[in-house]
Design a protein around this ligand. Sequence first.
Ligand code: COA
Length: 228
Amino acid sequence: MENPAKLSAELSGLFPPGVIAAELTVPAPRELLTAAELQFIAHCAEKRIQDFAAGRACAHRVLGELGLPDFSLLAGGHREPIWPPSVIGSITHTCGYGAAVVARQRDLRSVGLDCEVIDSVDEELWSRICTPAEIERLAQLPPARRGRQAALIFAAKEAFYKCQFPLTREWVGFEDVVIEPLEWPVTTGSLRIIPQKTLPLAAGVVAALVSRFQFRGPWVITAVTAPN
Ligand SMILES: CC(C)(COP(=O)(O)OP(=O)(O)OC[C@H]1O[C@@H](n2cnc3c(N)ncnc32)[C@H](O)[C@@H]1OP(=O)(O)O)[C@@H](O)C(=O)NCCC(=O)NCCS
Protein backbone atom coordinates (compact mmCIF):
# COMPACT_ATOMS: atom_id res chain seq x y z
CA MET A 1 0.00 0.00 0.00
CA GLU A 2 1.32 3.42 -0.94
CA ASN A 3 2.38 5.72 1.87
CA PRO A 4 0.90 9.21 1.22
CA ALA A 5 3.55 10.95 3.35
CA LYS A 6 6.02 12.92 1.25
CA LEU A 7 9.49 14.12 2.10
CA SER A 8 9.44 17.89 2.65
CA ALA A 9 12.39 20.22 2.16
CA GLU A 10 10.13 23.09 3.28
CA LEU A 11 9.71 21.44 6.66
CA SER A 12 13.27 20.18 7.09
CA GLY A 13 14.36 23.75 6.26
CA LEU A 14 13.03 24.81 9.68
CA PHE A 15 15.73 22.61 11.26
CA PRO A 16 19.51 22.47 10.94
CA PRO A 17 21.10 20.24 8.28
CA GLY A 18 20.78 16.52 9.03
CA VAL A 19 17.05 16.62 9.78
CA ILE A 20 14.76 14.67 7.44
CA ALA A 21 11.08 15.65 7.32
CA ALA A 22 7.91 14.19 5.84
CA GLU A 23 4.36 15.45 5.91
CA LEU A 24 0.87 14.65 4.63
CA THR A 25 -2.43 16.45 4.20
CA VAL A 26 -4.57 13.39 3.42
CA PRO A 27 -5.62 10.55 5.74
CA ALA A 28 -3.15 7.71 6.20
CA PRO A 29 -4.61 4.20 5.93
CA ARG A 30 -4.20 2.24 9.15
CA GLU A 31 -2.89 -0.65 7.03
CA LEU A 32 0.39 1.30 6.92
CA LEU A 33 0.92 0.63 10.63
CA THR A 34 3.15 -2.29 11.56
CA ALA A 35 1.51 -5.17 13.44
CA ALA A 36 3.05 -3.95 16.72
CA GLU A 37 1.84 -0.36 16.15
CA LEU A 38 -1.65 -1.58 15.29
CA GLN A 39 -1.75 -3.67 18.43
CA PHE A 40 -0.50 -0.70 20.46
CA ILE A 41 -3.27 1.63 19.25
CA ALA A 42 -6.11 -0.82 18.50
CA HIS A 43 -8.05 -0.15 21.73
CA CYS A 44 -8.32 3.61 20.98
CA ALA A 45 -11.13 5.59 19.39
CA GLU A 46 -11.21 5.91 15.59
CA LYS A 47 -10.08 9.58 15.58
CA ARG A 48 -7.05 8.74 17.71
CA ILE A 49 -6.17 5.82 15.44
CA GLN A 50 -6.36 8.11 12.41
CA ASP A 51 -4.07 10.70 14.04
CA PHE A 52 -1.65 8.00 15.14
CA ALA A 53 -1.61 6.52 11.63
CA ALA A 54 -0.91 9.96 10.12
CA GLY A 55 2.07 10.51 12.42
CA ARG A 56 3.39 6.98 11.91
CA ALA A 57 3.04 7.19 8.11
CA CYS A 58 5.29 10.28 8.18
CA ALA A 59 7.65 8.62 10.65
CA HIS A 60 7.96 5.50 8.47
CA ARG A 61 8.76 7.72 5.49
CA VAL A 62 11.60 9.54 7.26
CA LEU A 63 12.91 6.40 9.01
CA GLY A 64 12.99 4.82 5.55
CA GLU A 65 15.51 7.49 4.58
CA LEU A 66 17.69 6.25 7.45
CA GLY A 67 17.32 2.66 6.23
CA LEU A 68 14.69 1.70 8.81
CA PRO A 69 11.39 1.65 6.85
CA ASP A 70 9.77 -1.16 8.88
CA PHE A 71 10.63 0.07 12.35
CA SER A 72 7.69 -0.21 14.79
CA LEU A 73 7.53 3.20 16.47
CA LEU A 74 5.86 2.56 19.82
CA ALA A 75 5.53 5.04 22.68
CA GLY A 76 6.59 5.31 26.31
CA GLY A 77 4.49 6.05 29.37
CA HIS A 78 4.45 9.79 28.65
CA ARG A 79 3.33 9.26 25.05
CA GLU A 80 6.86 9.95 23.83
CA PRO A 81 7.78 8.02 20.66
CA ILE A 82 10.53 5.45 21.24
CA TRP A 83 12.84 6.08 18.31
CA PRO A 84 15.40 3.53 17.13
CA PRO A 85 18.80 3.64 18.87
CA SER A 86 20.93 6.64 17.79
CA VAL A 87 17.91 8.35 16.19
CA ILE A 88 15.96 11.35 17.49
CA GLY A 89 12.70 12.67 16.13
CA SER A 90 9.34 14.29 16.66
CA ILE A 91 5.76 13.96 15.43
CA THR A 92 2.76 16.25 15.09
CA HIS A 93 -0.77 15.80 13.76
CA THR A 94 -3.67 18.17 13.69
CA CYS A 95 -6.80 18.62 11.54
CA GLY A 96 -5.72 17.83 7.99
CA TYR A 97 -1.98 17.82 8.60
CA GLY A 98 0.57 15.32 9.91
CA ALA A 99 4.36 15.44 9.97
CA ALA A 100 7.43 13.78 11.40
CA VAL A 101 11.12 14.63 11.53
CA VAL A 102 14.16 12.52 12.37
CA ALA A 103 17.92 13.02 12.64
CA ARG A 104 20.96 11.07 13.78
CA GLN A 105 21.87 11.60 17.42
CA ARG A 106 25.45 12.30 16.36
CA ASP A 107 24.17 15.45 14.58
CA LEU A 108 21.63 16.83 17.08
CA ARG A 109 20.61 16.21 20.68
CA SER A 110 16.84 16.51 20.21
CA VAL A 111 14.13 18.04 18.03
CA GLY A 112 10.52 19.11 18.59
CA LEU A 113 7.83 19.69 15.99
CA ASP A 114 4.33 21.08 16.40
CA CYS A 115 1.48 22.28 14.23
CA GLU A 116 -1.64 24.14 15.32
CA VAL A 117 -4.68 25.34 13.46
CA ILE A 118 -4.39 29.11 13.79
CA ASP A 119 -8.10 29.70 14.35
CA SER A 120 -8.23 27.18 17.18
CA VAL A 121 -6.23 29.34 19.58
CA ASP A 122 -8.87 31.85 20.62
CA GLU A 123 -8.69 34.44 23.35
CA GLU A 124 -10.16 32.21 26.07
CA LEU A 125 -7.09 30.00 25.80
CA TRP A 126 -4.57 32.74 26.28
CA SER A 127 -4.51 32.65 30.09
CA ARG A 128 -3.76 28.92 29.95
CA ILE A 129 -0.92 29.05 27.45
CA CYS A 130 0.61 32.52 27.85
CA THR A 131 2.52 34.34 30.57
CA PRO A 132 1.16 37.76 31.63
CA ALA A 133 3.87 39.46 29.52
CA GLU A 134 2.88 37.42 26.46
CA ILE A 135 -0.79 38.33 26.97
CA GLU A 136 0.11 41.99 27.27
CA ARG A 137 2.05 41.80 24.01
CA LEU A 138 -0.89 40.10 22.27
CA ALA A 139 -3.35 42.68 23.58
CA GLN A 140 -1.27 45.49 22.04
CA LEU A 141 -1.95 44.10 18.56
CA PRO A 142 -4.98 44.95 16.40
CA PRO A 143 -7.58 42.21 17.06
CA ALA A 144 -7.21 40.76 13.56
CA ARG A 145 -3.52 40.04 14.13
CA ARG A 146 -3.78 38.43 17.56
CA GLY A 147 -4.90 34.92 16.57
CA ARG A 148 -1.83 34.09 14.50
CA GLN A 149 0.58 35.32 17.13
CA ALA A 150 -1.21 33.45 19.91
CA ALA A 151 -1.16 30.24 17.85
CA LEU A 152 2.55 30.76 17.24
CA ILE A 153 3.28 31.11 20.96
CA PHE A 154 1.23 27.97 21.67
CA ALA A 155 2.90 25.90 18.95
CA ALA A 156 6.41 27.08 19.90
CA LYS A 157 5.84 26.00 23.50
CA GLU A 158 4.52 22.59 22.49
CA ALA A 159 7.44 22.04 20.10
CA PHE A 160 9.80 22.96 22.93
CA TYR A 161 8.03 20.49 25.22
CA LYS A 162 8.51 17.66 22.72
CA CYS A 163 12.16 18.64 22.20
CA GLN A 164 13.03 18.82 25.88
CA PHE A 165 11.13 15.77 27.13
CA PRO A 166 13.50 13.06 25.82
CA LEU A 167 16.40 14.95 27.43
CA THR A 168 14.86 15.84 30.79
CA ARG A 169 11.87 13.47 31.25
CA GLU A 170 10.28 16.46 33.02
CA TRP A 171 6.88 18.06 32.85
CA VAL A 172 7.13 21.69 31.73
CA GLY A 173 4.00 23.81 31.93
CA PHE A 174 3.05 26.70 29.65
CA GLU A 175 3.86 29.12 32.48
CA ASP A 176 7.37 27.65 32.73
CA VAL A 177 8.49 28.94 29.33
CA VAL A 178 8.65 32.42 27.85
CA ILE A 179 8.61 32.98 24.12
CA GLU A 180 10.56 36.07 23.23
CA PRO A 181 10.06 37.43 19.75
CA LEU A 182 12.91 39.13 17.97
CA GLU A 183 10.31 41.37 16.28
CA TRP A 184 6.63 41.98 17.07
CA PRO A 185 4.30 40.93 15.56
CA VAL A 186 6.39 38.05 14.34
CA THR A 187 6.29 37.30 10.62
CA THR A 188 9.52 35.50 9.78
CA GLY A 189 12.65 34.28 11.45
CA SER A 190 12.94 32.77 14.86
CA LEU A 191 11.77 33.12 18.45
CA ARG A 192 13.88 32.77 21.57
CA ILE A 193 12.69 30.12 24.01
CA ILE A 194 13.51 30.94 27.61
CA PRO A 195 12.72 28.28 30.23
CA GLN A 196 11.67 29.84 33.53
CA LYS A 197 12.39 26.73 35.54
CA THR A 198 15.72 25.00 35.90
CA LEU A 199 15.84 21.98 33.64
CA PRO A 200 18.57 19.37 33.41
CA LEU A 201 19.76 20.74 30.10
CA ALA A 202 23.33 21.80 29.27
CA ALA A 203 23.83 25.57 29.50
CA GLY A 204 24.83 25.61 25.83
CA VAL A 205 21.54 23.99 24.86
CA VAL A 206 19.46 26.47 26.87
CA ALA A 207 21.39 29.41 25.39
CA ALA A 208 20.76 28.13 21.85
CA LEU A 209 17.04 27.41 22.19
CA VAL A 210 15.07 28.96 19.35
CA SER A 211 11.90 28.09 17.52
CA ARG A 212 11.78 28.51 13.78
CA PHE A 213 8.33 28.56 12.29
CA GLN A 214 6.18 28.82 9.24
CA PHE A 215 2.62 30.04 8.69
CA ARG A 216 1.11 27.80 6.04
CA GLY A 217 -2.56 28.08 5.07
CA PRO A 218 -4.69 27.43 8.19
CA TRP A 219 -1.71 26.16 10.20
CA VAL A 220 1.34 27.38 12.02
CA ILE A 221 4.21 24.91 12.13
CA THR A 222 7.00 25.25 14.70
CA ALA A 223 10.39 23.59 15.03
CA VAL A 224 12.70 23.53 18.03
CA THR A 225 16.21 22.05 18.05
CA ALA A 226 18.56 21.19 20.89
CA PRO A 227 22.03 21.18 19.33
CA ASN A 228 24.92 18.95 20.44
C1 COA B 1 2.41 16.35 24.46
C2 COA B 1 1.81 17.55 23.72
C3 COA B 1 2.90 18.62 23.61
C4 COA B 1 1.36 17.10 22.32
O1 COA B 1 0.99 18.20 21.53
P1 COA B 1 -0.44 18.28 20.79
O2 COA B 1 -0.51 19.61 20.10
O3 COA B 1 -1.49 17.91 21.77
O4 COA B 1 -0.44 17.15 19.70
P2 COA B 1 0.45 16.95 18.41
O5 COA B 1 -0.36 16.21 17.45
O6 COA B 1 1.13 18.17 17.94
O7 COA B 1 1.60 15.98 18.95
C5 COA B 1 1.29 14.70 19.35
C6 COA B 1 2.56 13.91 19.30
O8 COA B 1 3.51 14.46 20.20
C7 COA B 1 4.37 13.41 20.57
N1 COA B 1 4.51 13.43 22.02
C8 COA B 1 3.55 13.25 22.93
N2 COA B 1 4.07 13.29 24.17
C9 COA B 1 5.39 13.50 24.02
C10 COA B 1 6.46 13.63 24.94
N3 COA B 1 6.28 13.51 26.26
N4 COA B 1 7.69 13.85 24.45
C11 COA B 1 7.92 13.95 23.12
N5 COA B 1 6.92 13.82 22.18
C12 COA B 1 5.69 13.60 22.66
C13 COA B 1 3.75 12.09 20.11
O9 COA B 1 4.44 11.63 18.98
C14 COA B 1 2.34 12.51 19.75
O10 COA B 1 1.73 11.79 18.70
P3 COA B 1 1.38 10.24 18.85
O11 COA B 1 0.83 10.07 20.23
O12 COA B 1 0.43 9.95 17.77
O13 COA B 1 2.72 9.55 18.69
C15 COA B 1 0.59 18.16 24.47
O14 COA B 1 -0.50 17.28 24.43
C16 COA B 1 0.88 18.47 25.93
O15 COA B 1 0.76 17.63 26.82
N6 COA B 1 1.21 19.75 26.22
C17 COA B 1 1.43 20.19 27.56
C18 COA B 1 2.90 20.41 27.84
C19 COA B 1 3.38 21.60 27.09
O16 COA B 1 3.18 21.70 25.91
N7 COA B 1 4.03 22.53 27.76
C20 COA B 1 4.42 23.74 27.06
C21 COA B 1 5.53 24.40 27.72
S1 COA B 1 7.03 23.55 27.45
